[in-house]
Design a protein around this ligand. Structure first.
Ligand code: GAR
Length: 187
C-alpha cells in the first residue's frame, strides 16, 4: 500500500499528533506523517515532531500571504493529505482550493453542535445528555464540512470540564485513525 504523504497542523498540546505518529508506524495505516505545521511557537506538540524526526515548520499566520508559505512547504514535502489536530485557525480558501476534500479536522463535540471554542463549558451549561467528537472534511467555515466519523458517550452528573476533556480526548484517539482509514483505504 502506498501511504499518503500527510501534514498535521497543530496549535497546542499535540496529543492527537502523537497518537497519529504511533498509528502511522503500522504499515497498513494509510498515511505517512511527512510534515508538521504549527502556527504557535510554544505548541507542546512540536516536541513530538522533534522527538520522532518529523520535519516541522512554524508559520506566523499574522503575516500577509502566509498561505503562500504554507503552500510552499506542502509542495516541498509532496503533501497530498492534511489532518488538522487542534489547529485553532480557519484554513483559508487558497489552501482549500489546492486540497479539495483532502483536509480533515477533529472537533471535541457532536457537530453541528458546539462549533468553536470553550466547547466543554458550553456543553455543561447546556445540560447535554451526551457528547463526543467528530471528524469531518474541512471547508472555509469554522468546524463545518461533511462528517466522516462521530463518536459519543453519555455525560454523568459528576462530570466537569476536566473529565469531559479527558473522555473526549480518549475517544478522539480512536475516531481520528478510524476516519483516516475509512476515507483512504478505499482509494
Ligand atoms: C482536540 O480536542 C481537538 O478536538 C480540538 O483541540 C484539541 C487538540 O488536542 N480541536 C478543536 O477544538 C478544533 N476546533 P491535542 O492538541 O492534544 O491534539
Amino acid at each position: 500500500m502506498v501511504k499518503k504523504k500527510t501534514c498535521i497542523f497543530i496549535s497546542g498540546q499535540g496529543s492527537n499528533l502523537k497518537n497519529l505518529i504511533f498509528r502511522a508506524r503500522d504499515h497498513n495505516f494509510p498515511i505517512k506523517i511527512s510534515l508538521v505545521i504549527s502556527n504557535n511557537k510554544n505548541a507542546y506538540g512540536i516536541k513530538y515532531a522533534k522527538k520522532y524526526n518529523i520535519p516541522h515548520v512554524l508559520i506566523d499566520t499574522k503575516i500577509k500571504n502566509y498561505e503562500n508559505k504554507i503552500l510552499f512547504y506542502l509542495k516541498k514535502y509532496k503533501i497530498s493529505f492534511i489532518c488538522l489536530a487542534g489547529y485553532m485557525r480557519i484554513i483559508s480558501d487558497k489552501i482549500i482550493r489546492n486540497f479539495e476534500k483532502k483536509i480533515i479536522n477533529i472537533h471535541p463535540s457532536l457537530l453541528p453542535k458546539f462549533k468553536g471554542l470553550n466547547t466543554f463549558s458550553r456543553i455543561l451549561k447546556n445540560k447535554e445528555k451526551k457528547t463526543g467528537c467528530t471528524v469531518h472534511y474541512v471547508n472555509n467555515k469554522l468546524d463545518d464540512g461533511d462528517i466522516i466519523v462521530k463518536k459519543t458517550f453519555f455525560i454523568k452528573s459528576s462530570d466537569n470540564e476536566t473529565t469531559l476533556k479527558q473522555k473526549t480526548h480518549k475517544l478522539e484517539y480512536k475516531a481520528y485513525p478510524e476516519a483516516i482509514i475509512k476515507i483512504l483505504r478505499r482509494n
